[in-house]
Design a protein around this ligand. Structure first.
Ligand code: ADP
Ligand code: MG
Length: 157
């Protein structure tokens, strides 16, 4: 299991990591990824995803899908799905949402509170852990597939 961590000094640094991941997907991997995001409320999961969504070419607002469970971004060459499963009552609900149709070679899924969807989600390529250190955060990436290992190898820091 490959791991990689470093410190994020502020919100801007967290957004920049999301943008960096988008560049790696577009120019190096050239295929979609599945990312699980772990961390307490306010740790920066949505902030990082915002950077990714913008890096993939979305212009405009990125809202937290706390009540809608998923926010889709249909971009020119890619689909990005931002899940927040905090309020998911039952993993079965994902079945009714047509969760299977979300995962393919040109889609990227960033999933907050993935444990809430246990049994209904595909395995991640990488897991990102965000941990509080006052205003800073520590970010840890771990690879969970060959694609995830490749992604990790491109992360600069
Ligand atoms: P989550 O989705 O994990 O609940 P959010 O990304 O919605 O968290 O919120 C993170 C909050 O923490 C924001 O209000 C942001 O301004 C603040 N913050 C402070 N320092 C950082 C940092 N280093 N990285 C990310 N967010 C930070
Ligand atoms: Mg969030």
């Amino acid at each position: 299991l490959k791991k990689h961590s470093f410190i994020l000094a502020d919100e801007t640094a967290t957004v920049a990591v999301g943008k960096h991941l988008a560049e790696i997907v577009k120019t190096k991997l050239k295929q979609g990824i599945i990312v699980y995001l772990n961390g307490d409320l306010g740790a920066g999961k949505t902030t990082l995803t915002r950077g990714f969504v913008q890096g993939m070419g979305h212009v405009g607002h990125v809202k937290s899908p706390t009540y809608t469970l998923v926010e889709p971004y249909d971009l020119a060459d890619w689909q990005v799905y931002h899940f927040d499963l905090y309020r998911l009552a039952d993993p079965e609900e994902l079945e009714y949402m047509g969760i299977r149709d979300y995962f393919n070679a040109t889609s990227c899924s960033f999933i907050e509170w993935p444990e809430q969807g246990q049994g209904m989600l595909p395995e991640p390529d990488i897991i990102i852990d965000l941990v509080y250190l006052a205003q800073q955060r520590e970010i840890t990436f771990s690879a969970h597939s060959a694609l995830g290992t490749s992604l990790l190898s491109w992360i600069k820091r």
